[in-house]
Write a protein that binds this ligand. Structure first.
Ligand code: B12
Length: 222
């Protein structure tokens, strides 16, 4: 079995120690961190979600898989950070009220940090007031994550709260997470949506009017 297959299996099985060992092995073999992330960890988490949906595994198994993924990510982190980019703004990021999923949010934060943004991590289960406070404290961008169809609706509350606080003109709002779509982002009046962590970086650069190399993946109104 290849390192990628073994890393995949370790995350699906929730074996954190094995995930760490395979990540170390992969890096030692010269496999790029991006590849270990995309083809190992991300595919594994997708499979974990499918198994949960099919009733093959339950919440405790998802939790140990998440722990295994996080353990591997901690090793990949320094390899994913690209420190060649100048500081470009402050992003306050959090998972919305009622939602405890933080792997995607952490990944987006990590990529943004690696691209020169200052990150204010608000954590999970973040109430609208906390996002508003971060905007008032000088965040240029408020970034929200949601993984549940039942919590994604809380994003609208945040956009409305920022608006009511009179801050909407000076803060950009971006959204993401598995159930989020561009249509939904437009519907709630967000400035943009991105499907992946790397396109999130381009999205944030774009909404702040920073120059971005032309490519797809992130969308924001012109
Ligand atoms: C791991 C996991 C958990 C873990 C979370 C651990 C943690 N610390 O995060 C635990 C066990 C706690 C959990 C709990 C639950 N979960 Co859960 N979970 C998952 C699982 C398997 C993986 C999520 C994940 O980490 N993916 C990997 C990351 C990297 O991907 P991502 O989050 O999508 O992020 C990427 C993009 O979306 C984007 N992105 C993310 N955020 C943002 C933000 C911005 C601004 C931008 C631009 C981009 C962006 O970039 C990221 C990187 O590319 C998913 C299945 C799935 N396929 O998503 C189910 C899933 C999300 N969970 C689900 C459910 C139902 C639950 C529970 C309700 C189960 C229960 N009965 O208790 C609870 C809810 C708890 C709560 N209140 O939040 C369902 C949701 C169904 C739905 N339609 O709403 C899913 C889809 C499983 C399924 N197929 O049924 N879960």
């Amino acid at each position: 079995m290849s390192v990628l297959d073994q890393l995949h299996a370790a995350v699906v099985d929730g074996q954190a120690r094995e995930a760490v060992a395979q990540t170390e092995q992969g890096l030692a073999e010269g496999i790029p961190a991006e590849r270990l992330l995309e083809d190992g960890l991300m595919v594994a988490m997708k499979d974990v979600g499918r198994l949960f949906e099919e009733g093959e595994i339950f919440v405790p198994e998802m939790l140990v898989s998440a722990h295994a993924m996080k353990s591997s990510l901690a090793l990949l982190r320094p390899h994913l950070l690209d420190s060649n980019v100048a500081s470009s703004g402050r992003v306050a990021i959090g998972t919305v009220k009622g939602d405890l999923h933080d792997i995607g949010k952490n990944l987006v934060a990590m990529m943004l940090q690696g691209s020169g943004f200052e990150i204010v991590d608000l954590g999970v289960d973040v109430y609208p007031e906390k996002f508003v406070e971060a905007a008032r404290d000088g965040a240029d961008v408020v970034a929200m994550s949601a993984l549940l169809t039942t919590t994604m609706t809380n994003m609208r509350e945040v956009v409305d709260a920022i608006d009511s606080a009179g801050l909407r003109d000076r803060v950009r709002v971006v959204v993401g997470g598995a159930p989020i779509t561009q249509t939904y982002a437009d519907e709630i009046g967000a400035d943009g949506y991105a499907k992946t962590a790397s396109s999130a970086v381009r999205l944030v650069q774009r909404v702040l009017g920073l120059s971005v190399p032309a490519d797809g993946g992130a969308t924001a109104p012109a």
